[in-house]
Design a protein around this ligand. Structure first.
Ligand code: G6P
Ligand code: ZN
Length: 541
C-alpha cells in the first residue's frame, strides 16, 4: 500500500448528479484520486464490502476505473464488480449494486454532456440502495475534500477490463462482469415480452437512437435480439469515447435525425432515444413528441398493463419543475402524488419506504422502484408494453389521455453558458421581488403566488431550501426559474413554462402558441434579456 500526500483541491462539490468537470480538470494530478479517497473515507461500508464500478464509456472512463480499482484495493474493499469494457449504464449499475448487495458504486459519467479530451467527465457515488447518494452524504464528501491530506493505492498493473473473469489486485478480487445480462433479465421480469414480441411479429416497428452512448449494447440485446425488432432498429449503437462528436442528449436538437424520421413519411410506429449513461429517455410517436412530463403521466396511467405494475401503484413522484400532469393521474387512481426538488436522489427515500412506485422528471427521466435511478430503456419498454396491449398508436393514447385528464402544455427554455455573475444577479433580483409579485399582471396573466421552493423529505425529515423560484398564475399556469446544477461552463438558466388546458378545452393546440404569453411574461418578470443579453433560449425542450 502506498499513501500519497496531497492537499485539498477547491471546487470538488458534487452538483445535482455527482462531481462533473472537464476531462482536463479530472486528469490533473490528484484530482480524481482526492475525490475517490474522500468517498471511501466518508461513505458507510462494512469491512470487506463490495464496490461496483462502471461508466458510460466516455473518454477517460478506463483511466479512472483503473485508478479506482487500485485505490479500492488499498482502502479495505474485498470485491469490485466492474462492467466489461468499463461499461455499465447508470440504471444497470444501480441494479448491480442492489442485486449483489454492494455497499455502493462509483458511476463514471457526465450523463448527456459531450465526451472527449476537451469535454466532460464525472464521478457519482451511489449508496447501497442503488441510488445516488443523498445530500447529507454528498455534503460530507465535499467537506472531506476540503481537508484531505493523503490518498491510498496499491502498486499494481492495469487489469484487463475487456475479458469477463476474476483478477486479484492485492487483497481485492476484481470481477469483470457482463454489462448487459443482469439488466436484460430484470427487464424480462418486469414487462410482458411475449406481448411485445407478438406485436413486433404483427408489424410494430420502432427506431431507437443510442447516440453512440452506453445504451447501444443493451438496446441491441433487448430490442433486436430478445424482442425481435429488425436489425438496424438500434441506430448509433456502438458506444464511442466522444459519442461521435455529438451531445448524447436525447432532445429535438441533439436527436434531430430521430425527429426527422418520426415526422417523415416513412416513420415507424415508435421512436425513442437515450442519453450518455442510459438513464434518460426520449419518446416520439409517429408525428408526435411526448413531453417527459406527459410521458410520466401516461406511463403511470397505463402501468397496470405491465406485469410488474399489475397490482397498482403506491404513489407517483415528480420533481417540482415537472408538469402537474402526473398529479391528475394520481388523483384519479386515488394514490398520493409527491413533489420533490430536481435530482433523482430525492426519490430514493420515497421508493425505499414504499410510498412511490413510479417517478419522473421533466429532464427526460422516468423510472420505478425496480432500481434507484431513472432508467431510459425501462421507459421505452413500458411504452412498448402499453402499445402492444392497447394496440393503439402513441398519438391515440396521448389524445385519449388528454381527453380524460386535460392537457398540461409544457416547454423548458434553457439559456446556456451564461456568465455566472449575470445568472446570479438575475436570481437574486427575482428572489427579492417574489413577495411583491402576487396581484401583478404580465401579458394578461395575474400572479396568484410566488415563492422559492423548499422541500422537507417526508421520510427522513431532511430539508432542502432554494430549489427553484415559482411564479404561479391564476388559472393554473406556472413559470419556474432555476439554475442548472449539472453544467460545466458558466451558468445555465432553466425557465419551465406550463399551462393547463382542462377537459373540453383546446387540447390539440401547438405548444409554442399556447405558451406565448407565458414566454413574454417570463422575460418581464425575470429580466432575462436585461441580465443576460440573450433574446432567445439556447435550447427548447
Ligand atoms: C441529472 C439528474 C436529474 C436532474 C437533471 C437536471 O440528470 O440525475 O435528476 O433532473 O440532472 O439537472 P439540472 O440541475 O441540470 O437541471
Ligand atoms: Zn444521464
Amino acid at each position: 500500500m502506498v499513501a500519497r500526500p496531497t492537499q485539498p483541491i477547491a471546487g470538488q462539490k458534487p452538483g445535482t448528479s455527482g462531481l462533473r468537470k472537464k476531462v482536463k480538470v479530472f486528469a490533473q494530478p490528484n484530482y480524481a484520486e482526492n475525490f475517490i479517497q474522500t468517498v471511501f473515507d466518508v461513505v458507510e461500508r462494512p469491512e470487506n464490502a463490495t464496490l461496483v464500478i462502471g461508466g458510460d464509456g466516455r473518454y477517460h472512463n478506463r483511466t479512472v476505473i483503473q485508478q479506482a480499482i487500485r485505490m479500492a484495493a488499498a482502502n479495505g474493499y474485498a470485491r469490485v464488480l466492474v462492467g466489461q469494457g468499463g461499461i455499465l449504464s447508470t440504471p444497470a449499475a444501480s441494479n448491480v449494486i442492489r442485486q449483489y448487495g454492494a455497499s455502493g458504486g462509483l458511476v463514471l459519467s457526465a450523463s448527456h454532456n459531450p465526451g472527449g479530451p476537451d469535454e466532460d467527465f464525472g464521478i457519482k457515488y451511489n449508496i447501497a440502495n442503488g441510488g445516488p447518494a443523498p445530500e447529507s452524504v454528498t455534503e460530507a464528501i465535499y467537506q472531506r475534500t476540503c481537508e484531505i491530506t493523503e490518498w491510498r493505492m496499491v502498486e499494481a498493473d492495469d487489469i484487463d477490463l475487456d475479458t469477463i473473469g476474476t483478477t486479484q489486485v492485492g487483497g481485492l478480487t476484481v470481477e469483470v462482469i457482463d454489462s448487459v445480462a443482469d439488466y436484460a433479465a430484470l427487464m424480462e421480469k418486469l414487462f410482458d415480452f411475449d406481448a411485445i414480441r407478438a406485436a413486433v411479429a404483427g408489424g410494430l416497428t420502432m427506431s431507437f437512437d443510442a447516440m453512440h452512448a452506453v445504451t447501444g449494447p443493451y438496446a441491441r440485446e433487448i430490442l433486436e435480439k430478445r424482442l425481435g425488432f429488425a436489425e438496424g432498429t438500434v441506430k448509433n449503437g456502438v458506444p464511442l469515447e466522444d459519442f461521435g462528436g455529438h451531445h448524447p442528449d436525447p432532445n429535438a436538437v441533439h436527436a434531430h435525425e430521430l425527429f426527422e424520421t418520426m415526422f417523415g413519411v416513412a416513420a415507424p410506429d415508435f421512436g425513442a432515444a437515450s442519453d450518455g449513461d442510459g438513464d434518460r429517455n426520449l419518446i416520439v410517436g409517429k408525428g408526435i413528441f411526448v413531453t417527459p412530463s406527459d410521458s410520466l403521466a401516461m406511463l403511470a396511467a397505463n402501468a397496470h398493463l405491465a406485469p410488474a405494475y399489475a397490482g397498482g401503484l403506491k404513489g407517483i413522484a415528480r420533481s417540482m419543475p415537472t408538469s402537474a400532469a402526473a398529479d391528475r393521474v394520481a388523483e384519479a387512481l386515488g394514490i398520493p402524488a409527491y413533489e420533490t426538488p430536481t435530482g433523482w436522489k430525492f426519490f430514493g427515500t420515497l421508493l425505499d419506504a414504499g410510498m412511490a412506485t413510479i417517478c419522473g422528471e421533466e429532464s427526460a427521466g422516468t423510472g420505478s422502484d425496480h432500481v434507484r435511478e431513472k432508467d431510459g430503456l425501462w421507459a421505452v419498454l413500458l411504452w412498448l408494453n402499453i402499445l402492444a396491449v392497447r394496440k393503439q398508436s402513441v398519438a391515440q393514447i396521448a389524445e385519449e389521455h388528454w381527453a380524460k385528464f386535460g392537457r398540461n402544455y409544457y416547454a423548458r427554455h434553457d439559456y446556456e453558458a451564461l456568465p455566472t455573475e449575470a445568472a446570479n444577479a438575475l436570481v437574486a433580483e427575482l428572489t427579492a421581488s417574489l413577495a411583491s409579485l402576487p396581484g401583478q399582471s404580465f401579458s394578461g396573466l395575474t400572479v396568484a403566488e410566488a415563492d422559492s421552493f423548499g422541500y422537507t423529505d417526508p421520510v427522513d425529515g431532511s430539508v432542502s431550501l432554494n430549489q427553484g423560484l415559482r411564479v404561479l398564475f391564476e388559472g393554473g399556469s406556472r413559470i419556474v426559474f432555476r439554475l442548472s446544477g449539472t453544467g460545466t461552463e458558466g451558468a445555465t438558466l432553466r425557465v419551465y413554462l406550463e399551462r393547463y388546458e382542462p377537459v373540453g378545452g383546446d387540447l390539440a393546440g401547438h405548444t409554442p402558441d399556447k405558451l406565448a404569453d407565458l414566454i413574454t411574461a417570463a422575460d418581464a418578470i425575470a429580466g432575462i434579456t436585461r441580465h443576460t443579453g440573450r433574446t432567445e433560449p439556447t435550447v427548447i425542450t
